[in-house]
Design a protein around this ligand. Structure first.
Ligand SMILES: [Zn+2]
Length: 65
């Protein structure tokens, strides 16, 4: 088995990685990807908030004429 990070021979102690560093690199990728998705969703929610503002503008308002 080879390290999925750098392709070196995997070390049993750090399987499937070759070293603690590569395990951390992979973990960092997972964490980054894991946080990226909720963060993006949060941004979307924020965007929806602005969208609500637009909806409010589009909503029919009684205009005194
Ligand atoms: Zn490695």
């Amino acid at each position: 088995m080879t390290c999925p990070v750098c392709g070196k021979e995997a070390e049993a102690k750090y399987r499937p990685f070759c070293s603690r560093r590569c395990a951390d690199v992979d973990l960092g990728r997972w964490l980054t990807g894991g946080y990226a998705i909720p963060a993006g969703a949060a941004e979307d929610v924020d965007g929806d908030g602005h969208g609500d503002g637009d909806g409010e503008e589009k909503a029919p308002r009684p205009r005194p004429q």
